[in-house]
Design a protein. Sequence first.
Length: 186
Amino acid sequence: METGRKASARVANIVIFKAVYVACVLGALHVSPWLGPAVGALLLPLERLMVDRVEARRVVVVVLLAGTIGTALDSALRATDLLGFSPETLPEGWPAWLAPPWIACLWFALGTLMRSSLAWLGRLPRWLQAAFGAGTGVLSFWSASKLGVTELPRGGASIAALAIEYAVVVPILLGTRPPEDALPRA
């Protein structure tokens, strides 16, 4: 059974992630691509206040890893025309090959979930972690394409590329968590 503090931290983790997610998507939808990153810059550091110093360092490592890997991969998909973003969702003069700032912010926010709300995935076999990542990653981008903020220019090939991206990245991010840490302590 979780302690009250740990349960509260998990709830706060979900609330912070959702607030950043909504700010990123609404900002992109309403021609304000910097809204999400601004909200993320204010809220994501709060994650460190909810854990002890050692765990805070681990959270920072996973967040930086998620943001760096995710932004680089989405930029590669964009550069190869497997992923697109509606022009209205991009800052003026943004490089054609680089994922927009609100996507980078979403990757950093996803990193916060790996040691908190999604930590239970660490107990699952890698193939299930990969399947979870592939399914949720594709669903996120497909939904965003229906809202008009992302584009899947090559249809099935774009979906396959995103599925592979998330199937690889989610287990890597979960792997930054020592296995004995994955189980809640009684």
